[in-house]
Design a protein around this ligand. Structure first.
Ligand code: CAA
Length: 289
């Protein structure tokens, strides 16, 4: 992973984005405790977040989720960033919610405090988020990956919802997103037995889109992020919104949403530029307008 950090250019952040503790090494006097954050890619247009709690296999404690949300907020408002990559370590993307932190919680704590409510930030991101998963993606770790838009997996990645073995059930969308991704039978099997699936099984079931050797998965995810970031950010957000509509809406409603967004692209400079560039046989120069 050290190699990942080599060659990372320093960020020049707009003043509004230099917030306390936002970028490790880039803001004076404070840093993240549980994550590493930087911009990646040749044009520095891919936001990169690495979960960095190795001793606990990136267990998702409250502090880590808060930092992740802060980093996402910042990349979302950074006009240079066109896509975001979230990764962990070679051993673990994330081994789930922090069991030690959860162990003594009561129903009243959970219900009264809306436990895990703030975990949803990734799924509400308007910019595309790619999960680069090596090692364990278990429980909340699998759920975090599934909140992302695209999952790339290393050859030895393992996905699972083992909450049943702890006497509980997935609480951050596992029963819902996994079922939509892999279908009822495999989702039921995983949720009811706690058994894990390999990267290959996850690919076959449609949970991940690509598998790479462990030491390549992050760079491939960044490269996918760069490819996305070269397109119009405005239109990319519309495309993402439309695909996500497929998870929430009926086919008729989804098709209506798509049509409205499609029509909306005709109100943009980038749609004009894209089609004009094609006709003029040149590369489009998108301005996100
Ligand atoms: N929470 C807190 N600590 C965790 C953790 C978790 N989810 N997963 C691992 N750790 C800690 C271990 O306690 C251990 O710490 P110590 O050295 O201080 O004892 C350290 O990480 C290394 O873990 P192991 O020694 O267990 O490593 P291993 O290689 O033998 O096993 C593993 C790896 C199979 C992932 C195993 O750690 C494991 O089963 N972890 C728990 C997975 C799990 O049940 N996840 C679901 C959590 S509940 C949830 O996520 C709810 C939800 O839907 C949001």
């Amino acid at each position: 992973m050290a190699a990942l950090c080599r060659g990372a250019a320093r960020l020049t952040l707009p003043i509004c984005q230099i917030r306390q503790g936002l970028y490790r090494g880039y803001s004076a006097g404070s840093s993240f405790q549980y994550i590493l954050v930087e911009r990646k890619g040749q044009s520095q247009n891919v936001g990169f977040i690495q979960l960095n709690r190795p001793k606990a296999l990136n267990a998702l404690c409250d502090g880590l989720i808060n930092e992740l949300n802060q980093a996402l907020d910042s990349f979302e408002s950074d006009p240079q960033v066109g896509a975001i990559v979230i990764t962990g370590s070679e051993k673990a993307f994330a081994a789930g919610a922090d069991i030690k932190e959860m162990q003594n919680r009561t129903f009243q704590d959970c219900y009264g405090g809306s436990f895990l409510a703030h975990w949803n930030r990734v799924s509400s991101a308007r910019k595309p988020v790619i999960a680069a998963v090596n090692g364990f993606a278990l429980g909340g770790g699998c759920e975090l990956a599934m909140m992302c838009d695209i999952i790339y997996a290393g050859e030895k990645a393992q996905f699972g919802q083992p909450e049943i073995l702890l006497g509980t059930i997935p609480g951050a969308g596992g029963t819902q997103r996994l079922t939509r991704a892999v279908g009822k039978s495999l989702a039921m099997e995983m949720v009811l037995t706690g058994d894990r699936i390999s990267a290959q099984e996850a690919k076959q079931a449609g949970l991940v889109s690509k598998i790479y050797p462990a030491d390549k998965v992050v760079e491939e995810a960044i490269s996918c992020g760069e490819k996305i970031a070269r397109n119009s950010k405005l239109i990319v957000s519309m495309a993402k919104e439309s695909v996500n509509g497929a998870f929430e809406l009926s086919l008729a409603e989804g098709n209506k949403l798509e049509k409205r967004l499609f029509y909306s692209t005709f109100a943009t400079e980038d749609r004009k530029e894209g089609m004009t560039a094609f006709v003029e046989k040149r590369k489009a120069n998108f301005t996100d307008q």
